[in-house]
Design a protein around this ligand. Structure first.
Ligand code: ASP
Length: 336
C-alpha cells in the first residue's frame, strides 16, 4: 500500500502520514488530499471485493456498532458487510427495537454504546447534527451514516469513487448536475462539498420550493430548468423527493414533477453523449428517473447508468473509512 507522503502524484502534503480526524461526521471542511486519501485507500477493497475470497482480518478483535435510528437498506448492509470483511465483530442496533422507543435520550443511548467499549460507532439519525453530538460524547471514532438533511459523507465518497472509476482521476473540468430535492437531501450536501473540493463544477437543479435559499454559498450553479442544467454535463445525479422530511405540499403532483424534473431518455440526450447516470437509491422509478435510464447498460454514444456500481463502491469506501479511522486504536498512525 502506498504511504500517503510517498504518493507518486504528489497529492498528499509531505509529513502528513495519516488521515488526521478521529471521526467522519461530514465532508465539509475536509482538504482535497484527505478526500483523495480515502478514495485511494478504497481501491484495494474494490479489488478484494471482486475476488471469490473477500476477507482481510485487519480489524479482528474490534467491535463496531451500527446504530440506526432511521431506515436504511444499502448503507446499513454495506457498513455491516464492510466491517465483517475486515474481520470485526459487527452488531446492529435498530432504534425501532431499542430503548429509544421507551424515551431514552440520544445522549443516554450514546453513553450506553460508549460503555460497551465499541471501537467504532456508525450512526444514522433523523436529526441534522445528532451524529456530531454523539461523536463529541464518546471515546471512539464515529462515522456518520446520514444525519437528517445535513450530510451523508460515505455516500459523497462512494459517489466520487464511482465517478473516478468511470471518468478518470481528474475532477477539475468535470461538470456534475445534481437534480431533485436539493433542500432536504444530505446526499446533495455531501456531494457538493466533496465534488467542489475536488475541483468539479457542480450544478444543482430543483423546483424553487426545493432549492435551499443559501445555495449560492455552497459554490454551485443553481438551475430551475433541468434541460438547461443538463447541457454539457458529464454526470447526472438524480435524487428522490424526501417526502418524510416535507411538511406540506412542495410539488403540485408527481406527474407534474416528472414532466419538469424527471430524467427520461430524451432528456438525457441533452447531457454529454457519454454521460454517467447516478442515483443514491432508493429510486422512485417513473418519478425522478425512468426505468430505461436507471437500467441503461450503455447506449451508442456511451451514456450509461452507474447505479449498481455506486452500491459496489459503497462497500469499498466503508471498508476504507473503518480501516483508516481505527488505525490509532490498532497502534498505527492515525488521528492525534
Ligand atoms: N439513501 C439516501 C439517504 O439516506 C438517499 C435517500 O434516502 O433518498 O439519504
Amino acid at each position: 500500500m502506498t504511504s500517503p507522503n510517498l504518493d507518486a502524484a504528489g497529492r498528499y502534503p509531505a509529513g502528513s502520514a495519516a488521515f488526521p480526524h478521529r471521526s467522519l461526521t461530514g465532508l465539509a471542511g475536509l482538504a482535497p488530499w484527505e478526500i483523495l486519501f480515502l478514495l485511494d485507500e478504497a481501491e484495494q477493497w474494490v479489488e478484494l471485493n471482486r475476488q471469490p475470497h473477500k476477507r482481510n482480518d485487519r480489524l479482528a478483535g474490534l467491535t463496531i456498532i451500527n446504530a440506526f435510528f432511521e431506515n436504511s437498506t444499502r448503507t446499513l448492509l454495506s457498513f455491516e458487510i464492510a466491517g465483517k470483511r475486515l474481520g470485526a465483530d459487527v452488531v446492529n442496533m435498530h432504534a425501532a427495537q431499542s430503548s429509544v422507543k421507551k424515551g431514552e435520550t440520544l445522549i443516554d443511548t450514546a453513553m450506553t454504546l460508549n460503555a460497551m467499549h465499541a471501537d467504532a460507532i456508525v450512526i444514522r439519525h433523523q436529526s441534522s447534527g445528532a451524529v456530531q453530538l454523539i461523536a463529541d460524547k464518546v471515546d471512539c471514532p464515529v462515522l456518520n451514516a446520514g444525519d437528517g438533511q445535513h450530510e451523508h459523507p460515505t455516500q459523497g465518497l462512494l459517489d466520487a469513487l464511482t465517478i473516478r472509476h468511470a471518468k478518470g482521476a481528474e475532477f477539475a473540468g468535470m461538470r456534475v448536475t445534481i437534480c431533485g430535492d436539493i433542500l432536504h437531501s444530505r446526499v446533495a450536501r455531501s456531494n457538493i462539498h466533496c465534488l467542489t473540493t475536488l475541483g468539479a463544477e457542480v450544478r444543482v437543479c430543483a423546483p424553487p420550493a426545493l432549492m435551499p435559499a443559501d445555495i449560492e454559498a455552497l459554490k454551485v450553479h443553481p438551475f430551475h430548468d433541468f434541460d438547461a442544467a443538463l447541457v454539457g454535463s458529464d454526470v447526472v445525479m438524480m435524487l428522490r423527493l424526501q417526502q418524510e422530511r416535507m411538511s406540506g405540499q412542495f410539488i403540485p403532483s408527481p406527474r407534474e414533477y416528472r414532466h419538469l424534473y424527471g430524467l427520461t431518455l430524451d432528456r438525457l440526450a441533452k447531457a454529454k453523449g457519454d454521460a454517467l447516470v447516478m442515483h443514491p437509491g432508493p429510486m422512485n422509478r417513473g418519478v425522478e428517473i425512468d426505468s430505461n435510464v436507471a437500467d441503461l447498460a450503455q447506449n451508442a454514444s456511451g451514456a450509461r447508468s452507474a447505479i449498481t456500481t455506486q452500491v459496489e463502491m459503497g462497500v469499498a469506501i466503508r471498508m476504507a473509512c473503518l480501516d483508516v479511522l481505527t488505525r490509532r486504536t490498532r497502534g498505527l498512525e492515525g488521528w492525534a
